[in-house]
Design a protein around this ligand. Structure first.
Ligand SMILES: *Cc1c(COP(=O)(O)O)cnc(C)c1O
Length: 392
């Protein structure tokens, strides 16, 4: 009898990923997250990060964290429910609630944990959750974990959702959940319509503003602010790890919601709080968001201009309305070829393949940041124009 290696199936599976052009590789970045980075020793202009406001390497933000570390505040050591959260966490939660104009807010170790824990705490057996087909993986996983019936509705389709809501009778609770600014397509959820549907059908509305917090809306509160739909959103999720340049996630809403989550969201209850230094850094980031609105205004104006120029080169950008600009390519192999060519010209523009996007929807994801200088954008446009020309 031969003894087979019980892990040998992994090699087979990895080979299959290779064959389908879907195997991912992990590079090593030298230096901080910024507009110029060094990846595996190669200097690149970075159109891949979600550091939209340039706060990940902001001196004020980094110094705020360093001061706290230096005072001897390292790891948090336990779940916040066991040994409490730090004063800085408490202050940040207060600040986030003020920022979002809600009664309360709760910090999670990551945005992923915030979505996972919150969806699963809001609905369970006997309930139904309506989820946009392009929602982030953390929402999809939260839906699965919840054991509620999951109804996936067509992307941004409020009238499709209306029909599904009308058909869904006999459930205990209803939840509608959506990204506000979709992370791969750069388009916006129709939040005013969703809020109206939620009200009519007595459903909870949960909105994940991960890519919009700090960027969209007059005060940077996100798409709900931009579209005037804030009063209709019951559960707001945001991350600190994107435009705010630090790490972590949060939920904001009424006090009873926050109380419920800190009792029931497993990603909160069973996970160690982030280090206090991160809370200090995020407080500094929120000051920049408040005091320097020109960062988001400039970023969005330049994103609009870049979209216009790319459309003039005949690239398909779908309905992007933001600093996230997808260049739709189609096949996974093709997108990796284009991404490699761009890298050889010194530009990092990630190729996004299934399962992150649907089959035949592979795309180059340009993520524009406030720190990109005009000549960096010009170089991107030049390179994409010559790839386009080579195509024809
Ligand atoms: C990145 C992202 C998250 C997860 O946030 P992290 O803080 O990175 O864990 C959640 N939702 C959306 C839409 C995201 O893009």
């Amino acid at each position: 009898m031969t003894h087979r290696d019980p892990l040998s199936w992994i090699e087979d599976e990895l080979e299959q990923l290779d064959d389908r052009g879907l195997r991912r590789q992990l590079a090593e970045r030298g230096g901080p997250q910024a507009a110029r980075i060094v990846l595996d020793g190669r200097p690149l202009i970075n159109f891949g990060s979600n550091d939209y406001l340039g706060l990940a390497s902001d001196k004020r933000v980094c110094r705020a964290a360093a001061n706290v570390w230096q005072q001897g505040h390292g790891g948090s050591g336990a779940s916040p429910l066991v040994t409490g959260r730090s004063e800085l966490h408490a202050r940040l939660e207060q600040r986030l609630a003020e920022f979002e104009r809600t009664e309360a807010a709760l910090l999670f170790p990551t945005g992923f944990a915030a979505n996972l824990g919150t969806v699963a705490a809001l609905v369970g057996r006997g309930d139904v959750v309506f989820s946009d087909e392009r929602n982030h993986a953390s929402i999809i996983d939260g839906c699965r974990l919840s054991r509620a019936v999951v109804v996936v509705y067509p992307h941004r389709d409020a009238s499709g959702l209306r029909q599904l809501l009308e058909q869904a009778r006999g459930y205990r609770r209803r939840l509608i959940v959506t990204d506000s600014l979709f992370s791969m397509d750069g388009d916006l959820a129709p939040l005013a319509e969703l809020a109206e549907l939620a009200e009519r059908h007595a459903a909870m509305l949960m909105v994940d503003e991960a890519h919009a917090t700090g960027v969209l809306g007059a005060h940077g509160r996100g798409v709900a602010e931009l579209l005037g739909a804030e009063h209709g959103v019951h559960v707001r999720v945001g991350t600190l790890s994107k435009a705010l340049g630090t790490a972590g996630g949060f939920v904001a809403g009424r006090r009873t919601l926050i109380q419920w989550l800190l009792n029931r969201a497993r990603g909160y209850v069973f996970s160690t709080a982030a280090p206090a230094a991160l809370a200090a850094a995020t407080l500094a980031s929120l000051n920049v968001v408040r005091d320097e609105p020109q960062r988001r205004a400039t970023l969005l104006a330049r994103a609009a201009e870049l979209r216009e120029r790319l459309r003039a080169q005949a690239w398909d950008l779908r309905d992007s309305q933001s600093q996230i600009i997808p260049v739709i390519v189609g096949g996974a192999d093709r997108v990796m070829v284009l991404a490699r060519r761009l890298q050889q010209s010194g530009l990092l523009v990630p190729g996004i393949r299934p399962p992150t996007v649907p089959p035949n929807h592979a795309l180059l994801r340009i993520s524009l940041c406030w720190t990109h200088a005009d000549e960096m954008v010009a170089s991107l446009l030049d390179q994409l124009a010559s790839l386009r020309a080579a195509d024809e």
